[in-house]
Design a protein around this ligand. Structure first.
Ligand code: FMN
Length: 183
């Protein structure tokens, strides 16, 4: 499977790292925004160079002439995790001012599978409207909210659950969480 992973400057960098670890064996193109690099350094011990080998190819977000900026380059899915409300809103409004938002714009016009993992709380009306616009166009909006009914015991349990949900939407099998069973 060919997957483009975008990482932006929202909180939750660990989600993108865990996702990349679980996409081994797939062709992964990675785009990190400048803010994503800062937040990753703030929240984790990982740096850009540590996650380089988890992707087949890494692009600069300034690389507007990259192959993936064109609809002629085929890929199966785009995942933006974590997705800042800024990047989400740009995508909803058709702003394509960096490689990631351009790729998202292309993915929209080509009808490709798009999964956005926005982390923000509470959500203002502008962002909610933009989420609605995107969801109406078939974009999957997957906020990183825990499944409390599965009784998570650690942050790792919550991260595994969210990444498992992303893999579900990608159609990739995993064992990151146990399905709900009535007690
Ligand atoms: C420590 C820190 C945490 C942030 N967390 C969030 C967040 O959870 N969600 C969000 O939408 N923006 C968050 N931001 C703001 C974004 O980084 C900012 O809007 C930025 O312009 C996003 O740019 P990008 O989408 O190109 O990465 C955070 C900023 C900082 C400094």
């Amino acid at each position: 499977m060919k997957i483009i992973v975008g990482i932006t400057g929202a909180s939750g960098s660990i989600l993108s790292i865990k996702l990349l670890e679980n996409l081994k064996g797939h062709e992964v193109s990675l785009i990190l925004s400048e803010n994503a690099k800062k937040i990753m350094a703030y929240e984790t011990s990982y740096r850009e160079e540590d996650i380089r080998n988890l992707a087949s190819k890494i692009y600069s977000n300034k690389e507007m002439d990259a192959d993936i900026a064109s609809g002629t380059t085929k890929f199966d899915s785009l995942v933006v995790v974590p997705c800042s409300t800024s990047t989400l809103s740009k995508i909803a409004c058709g702003i394509a001012d960096n490689l990631l938002t351009r790729v998202a714009s292309v993915a929209l016009k080509e009808g490709r599978n798009i999964i956005l993992v926005p982390r923000e709380t509470p959500l203002n009306a502008v962002v909610l409207k933009n989420m609605y616009t995107l969801a109406s166009l078939g974009v999957k909006i997957l906020p990183p909210v825990p499944a409390f009914y599965l009784r998570p015991r650690s942050v790792e349990d919550i991260v595994n659950y969210v990444v498992g949900k992303i893999l579900d939407l990608l159609g990739i099998e995993h064992h990151l969480y146990e399905p709900y069973t009535p007690k």
